[in-house]
Design a binder for this molecule. Structure first.
Ligand SMILES: C[S@@+](CC[C@H](N)C(=O)[O-])C[C@H]1O[C@@H](n2cnc3c(N)ncnc32)[C@H](O)[C@@H]1O
Length: 309
């Protein structure tokens, strides 16, 4: 038998030595996963002086070794938190990020505003991955109907699992398809109907390979690199699709890299767009295009903090 507290302390030390930030939290999460406990239960058991058997101790040690080799924590636990949801994730799908919670929040707020008028909000999540954004909208705005489009069959399988586990029945419509040309193919029935188009597309330029091994070696390349010299080929396709899918006055929210604000505002600067701004993430960095389609009942405002420039 091994003392649980000693096991967690050793895990924390190994993770810290490997340069993992938040080593204490990760040690607790990995041990809790191996023991089938919540993190609070794990902490309580360690404080009580609980022991674990040899097989469990070996399982924790193995998880810690894999984490030290930079396998993402979420791939080891199989779960990722997102706006109160506990999503299933693993190899083959992009791990949802905290900054995307802000993007989803803008879509949620707009869908809730539409619901408050008595209408059924129609929200399209393009480049859906695990269905994190689609499920946030569907669970936080019970009146909403959500379309989720994803081109990668492996990612779509994770999305399907999450929708089956967490999705309000019948309100998230998952479709395999390319955002490029989706208004004439996979989402043709949504043309002119969407109240909100929300997307976290791939947007990294080809010469900006991520430094973190967790991202570079474990997120699918198709989820990272946006195409073209500036990484904006898929984001441009998202804006083009939004122009087709959105009803007059509908809102587009699209995540982008910190230095892509001006370029993405230009994408939504042409005919048919009333206003385009940039929203900041929780650390104050400019990280999302927020643009509204023109229309007779123009809202004249876009939600969120959206400094120009
Ligand atoms: C950065 S991930 C975001 C996933 C999810 N929305 C999230 O925020 O966690 C981008 C997703 O877009 C998908 N994707 C890439 N190119 C696409 C395309 N042309 N059409 C549709 N989906 C695409 C990728 O497979 C990946 O799942």
């Amino acid at each position: 038998m091994t003392g649980l507290r000693e096991l967690v302390d050793a895990a924390r030390g190994d993770l810290a030595a490997a340069g993992i930030a938040g080593a204490r939290a990760e040690a607790e999460l990995l041990a809790a996963h191996a023991l089938g406990l919540g993190r609070g239960e794990l902490t309580a058991a360690a404080l009580r002086g609980a022991d674990v058997d040899g097989a469990t101790a070996a399982a924790v040690t193995d998880l810690v070794a894999r984490r030290c080799s930079r396998v993402p924590l979420q791939h080891l636990t199989g779960r990722a938190p997102f706006r109160g949801l506990d999503l299933a994730v693993g190899p083959g799908v992009f791990v949802p990020r905290p900054e995307t919670e802000v993007v989803a929040g803008i879509a949620v707020a707009e869908a809730a505003r539409v619901a408050a008028t008595g209408a059924e909000p129609l929200v399209a999540d393009l480049c859906a991955g695990s269905a994190a954004i689609a499920l946030a909208v569907a669970t936080e705005v019970p009146e909403a109907r959500v379309l989720a489009v994803e081109v990668d069959p492996d990612a779509l399988a994770w999305a399907r699992r999450n929708v089956e586990e967490l999705g309000p029945a019948g309100r998230v419509d998952l479709r395999l398809g390319d955002v490029i040309g989706c208004a004439t193919r996979v989402a043709v029935d949504w043309v002119g109907h969407a109240d909100v188009v929300v997307a976290n597309p791939p947007y990294i330029p080809p010469d900006a390979v991520p430094r973190d091994a967790e991202v570079r070696d474990h997120d699918p390349a198709i989820a990272l690199y946006g195409g073209g010299e500036d990484g904006l080929a898929v984001p441009a396709a998202v804006v083009a699709a939004a122009a087709e899918l959105l009803r007059p006055c509908g809102l587009l929210v699209m995540e982008h890299a910190e230095d892509q604000g001006p370029a993405t505002r230009r994408l939504a600067g042409g005919d048919g767009w009333a206003e385009a701004g940039t929203a900041r993430d929780l650390t104050g960095r400019p990280r999302a295009l927020v643009a509204r389609r023109a229309g007779a009942d123009d809202q004249g405002a876009i939600p969120g903090d959206r400094p120009r420039g």
